[in-house]
Design a protein around this ligand. Sequence first.
Ligand SMILES: [Zn+2]
Length: 181
Amino acid sequence: MNANRKTDILFTILIFMSLLFACNPPKNETVNKSTDMEKNNPVYSNTDTSKVVMSEEEWKKILPENVYYIARLKGTERPWSSKYEDFFETGTYYCAACGNPLFKSNAKFESSCGWPSFFEPISKESIIYTPDDSHGMHRTEVQCGRCKAHLGHVFDDGPKPTGLRYCINGVVLNFEKAEKN
Ligand SMILES: [Zn+2]
């Protein structure tokens, strides 16, 4: 085999290898899609209404770090950092920790407060309300009705018809676009 022929074969192998890799998209890109959530998270469901009770250790294993920080450690995302803040597609927002349906897009409004805001939840059962006197303020914390993930707070300066403003961390929301009929 002469040198040119060797180079040709090597070149062909290289092309073939790069095609193989090109067909495998980077894994991180789709990490927030609910299908991936379901894969890594045994309790994730948009239809199961049974309450989720799990140890913090287990939550830490199955949730992405940013979701765990807000949902379980009651953290707050930086204002104006959420992709859902200035976002008005038609669909449903689910709890990113357990898949529980929380808000419909038609209850979302432009609050300019820096976090995704809604004037009402999907149902009474979708949210749990807890008094929160931390940081020298009297606030009402809102948690997921199914898994008790911390979502944000509710204030009484919202628009009609409820007058409420559910100020929610976008990290703990998982949006799914409505299917077109
Ligand atoms: Zn939940």
